[in-house]
Design a protein around this ligand. Sequence first.
Ligand code: FAD
Ligand code: DLZ
Ligand code: SF4
Length: 510
Amino acid sequence: TGTLRLVLGDQLARSMTSLTDLDRERDVVLMAEVMDEASYVPHHKQKIAFLFSAMRHFAQALEADGVRLRYVRLDDPANTQSLTGEVERALRDFGLSEICVTEPGEWRVREMLLGWRERLGLPVHVLDDDRFFCSRAEFAAWARGKRQYRMEFFYRNMRRKTGLLMDGTEPAGGQWNFDHDNRHPLPDRMFLPKRLRFEPDEITRDVLGLVRDRFGGNFGDLEPFGWAVTRESALLALDHFIDACLPAFGTYQDAMQTGEDFLYHGLVSPYLNAGLLTAREVCERAEEAFRAGRAPINAVEGFIRQILGWREYVRGIYWERMPGYRETNTLEATRPLPALYWTGETPMHCLSECVRTTRQHAYAHHIQRLMVLGNFALLAGLAPREVQDWYLLVYADAYEWVELPNVHGMVLHADGGLMASKPYAASGAYIDRMSDYCGTCRFSPKKRTGKDACPFNFLYWNFLIEHRGRFAGKNRMAMMFKNLDRLSEGEQKAIREEAKAFLDDLKPYG
Ligand code: FAD
Ligand code: DLZ
Ligand code: SF4
């Protein structure tokens, strides 16, 4: 008897710990497309298509390599449509006596796997996921005794530990952080590289048909579909990013531009999260470009910080704080998600643009997610659960381990400041500075009240008035409250009234 080796949809790497000591004679690898996973939230059509196609391509490569494999398609009549059901069926059909799986990225799935020990009465080996630089145990040791976490300190430890961008014990370029060189808006007539897209092959075309039939009512455009679905294509996309985009990545990292959905961003998160690329190789490629003089330090440090810093940090927080993490609601936000998050129909040009790119590509870049869609959710007091579900389903890169801390902690401040010391609340002036959105909007980012006032303005001041008690004592927010105090009582009253009227008018979908 052998081992059943389960490979989940976001574990598509030959080097997964679940596959390292595979016995080709005795073991069977199981991969399954199941309705339970494809519908626990109604994922964007491209997210499902990307994952199913990447799963099928990975399975094909395993088979070509002589691995015994059971691949269950969604429309297989024998499919029980749950991972538990498919594991039970495979154990029975192949007469296997134990299960081996790499730890999943979601609490929900981990609970399910751990339940199999009792349910099936056989050993279930759950192995560490070594695709991350920082193991869960290591993060727990770092977090122990801390009431608040700060990314910057975590990140410096990670730089020292990995040696990435280090000259001996010193950070390359003499500083840990080059943010003062970054964060510029895009100048007029900048050259923007055309991004690689990958024509669907026969496997992807089959999957697109399946998604059209079975998930046609889900959010988002299915086509044109241009994501890479194999490791080979993902590596081409990475090369193209490093050569054509990385040099300008830092400078324009926070810029936004109408109709330009990718700018100089990596477009690598779906590949990293599903296993097609490793975090280490992506960081190493970026560092090589710096060492060879092909990309400046502000760009390379800024990029590596996102992966070695933020990505590892949010994963650490997720596992440290689950299952209670998603239950808190510090700012007591309860408003239902308004329809505009689905339809994009709103006269607020910035929001409609960010929803458009989300619908069109299952992608929006970081500042759109944080400072437009997220900022609005924070200022409008949207209920954390509804905002979380939205983010978890609309992006091709979304898995709870990375989505939840970003939404719950960074955007909504619903964790009471555990993850970020102050909420990322901003008025229309920020969006105006970093984008060209306001130029074609019917509102004015310069007006605080009145019928042309940018809603981000009165919502921002209203947010400060409403949460004054909680935030006024924070050093990092002192300036914001000083500015609030400059507004007359009459103006503050008008802000309150206009915000209330605006918010009362927001209608949920359907
Ligand atoms: P780049 O801008 O090129 O950055 C490079 C890489 O750094 C990304 O691919 C990603 O792996 C990593 N990274 C950057 N910022 C973060 C971050 N804050 N947390 C974790 N990793 C980061 N990222 C996801 O992978 N899945 C999600 O579900 C997700 N949800 C988010 C929700 C909100 C509200 C916010 C503010 C951010 C979210 N992010 C998420 C982080 C980030 O926005 C995306 O990783 C990024 O936009 C992906 O595009 P890119 O590959 O072009 O990124
Ligand atoms: C997101 C997703 C989808 C859409 N479908 C599947 C699937 O059919 N089979 C599978 O094994 N995994 C799928 N996934 C990923 C899982 O839901 C889950 O998010 C991760 O495995 C947890 O890390
Ligand atoms: Fe967005 Fe306000 Fe600018 Fe309009 S004016 S694009 S609503 S920030």
